[in-house]
Design a protein around this ligand. Structure first.
Ligand SMILES: [Zn+2]
Length: 85
């Protein structure tokens, strides 16, 4: 997904702006992997294969998202990432 598109996204929980941490970009500068973070509610939304995973809490599949984030933590030396507050 392109940066300018990602910048238009807001938190599905409280509609706040999101901070973007870019982990992997392709040669066209599309963001392939990253983490969108809401500083208001402390939710984190991973970007996986270029797609932000931004469902409301009841539709999120944390058991699928968490292993991806754990892998990124090792690859990118990230601090702890809590998907839900
Ligand atoms: Zn939020």
């Amino acid at each position: 997904m392109q940066l300018k598109t990602i910048e238009k996204l807001c938190c599905p929980f409280d509609k706040s702006d999101l901070n973007l941490q870019v982990l992997v970009k392709d040669t066209a500068q599309n963001i392939i992997e990253g983490i969108l973070s809401c500083t208001v509610c402390q939710r984190n939304y991973p970007i996986v294969y270029g797609v932000p995973i931004m469902a409301p809490d009841e539709y999120r599949q944390i058991q699928l998202e968490q292993p991806i984030v754990e892998k990124w933590k090792l690859e990118h030396d990230l601090a702890d990432v809590k998907l839900l507050p």
